[in-house]
Design a protein around this ligand. Structure first.
Ligand SMILES: O=C(O)CCC(=O)C(=O)O
Length: 297
């Protein structure tokens, strides 16, 4: 669903917003089913947690970066309403998707409790502006139902922490527990927050529970001090080629693909990109490609 303007405004006023039923049912269902190509189904995990020791290594052991083997997951990252929300939040169509993850947590694997922190430390090499200009849009798409029992993210409304200089990134464990809001919601919901918002991961409150989310982040193109992943470094991973072939030019652009009309495109690059990405429709780029240079002709 289209994120209402009021929710985007809430991200600036309160620091975060939660929108239910963001993903349509079919996209969500297909994505959930494809998760089991990557992660153990909860019933399999809990039948024998010791058979899955990797999830006990750290709170972050269930993180996997884009791309994923299945288009059913990869397409969620470029969901049209997500792109629309990022464009409206950042007030431009010139945007980069700078980080995509999946994150699986299983109750009892490890203690997932965290102290409140601001995320910006590994999203920018400087700090966010206190006047809210030049923000980054960070999101969690919930791929499983998240209740109070399921280790919800807990976020502190901005008004409670405005007195803390932006340069401070962590609080003492427990300091804002009375002010925090649990980000709960049915699968398909989205949390949108800013990188200066104090929040934390929390532990499960019952056995046999699990939580699956897709954290995904956007920035305005050209703000080179912001970012996280370099997409060329992910381009040899399973699923990348299929994703690039299936995406529209608008969706590819989020990863830094040269746009139609860019001087990059000429007869040679069109031919060789087609070799690298069998099945891709390059006609939107070819229509604007430069004539071959004499060396290519
Ligand atoms: O998993 C969560 O709910 C939040 C985790 C978090 O804030 C972090 O690791 O930076």
């Amino acid at each position: 669903m289209r994120i209402p303007d009021a929710n985007l405004a809430e991200v600036f006023d309160r620091g975060f917003t939660v929108v239910e039923s963001f993903l349509d049912k079919e996209t969500l269902r297909a994505c959930q089913e494809a998760l089991w190509e990557i992660y153990p189904r909860p019933e399999d995990y809990f039948a024998d947690p010791e058979a899955h020791p990797r999830f006990a290594r750290s709170q972050f052991a269930g993180l996997r970066f884009f791309p994923y083997p299945s288009w059913a997951i990869n397409r969620v990252c470029v969901y049209p309403d997500l792109i629309d929300a990022a464009e409206r939040f950042l007030q431009t169509t010139e945007i980069d998707c700078y980080k995509i993850e999946l994150w699986a947590k299983y109750s009892g694997a490890v203690d997932y409790d965290q102290a409140h922190h601001r995320d910006y430390e590994n999203h920018t090499i400087v700090v966010p502006r206190a006047d809210q200009l030049m923000p980054q849009m960070t999101c969690f798409i919930l791929l499983s139902d998240v209740t109070e029992l399921d280790g919800p993210t807990k976020a502190v409304p901005l008004e409670k922490t405005r007195h803390i200089p932006i340069g401070i990134t962590r609080t003492e464990m427990g300091e804002f527990f009375d002010d925090e809001v649990a980000v709960t919601g049915p699968a398909g919901s989205i949390l949108i927050y800013k990188t200066d918002v104090f929040h934390r991961g929390s532990n499960f409150k019952a056995p046999g529970r699990s939580r699956f989310v897709m954290p995904i982040d956007f920035k305005k193109r050209g703000w080179r001090w912001q970012g996280k992943l370099a997409w060329p470094d992910r381009a040899l991973n399973p699923g990348w080629k299929e994703a690039m072939v299936k995406m529209t030019p608008r969706q590819r652009d989020l990863f830094g693909w040269p746009p139609a009309g860019d001087p990059y495109w000429n007869a040679q690059t069109l031919a060789d990109v087609a070799l690298r990405y069998p099945g891709i429709d390059l006609s939107p780029y070819g229509a604007h490609a430069e004539e071959p240079t004499p060396a290519e002709a």
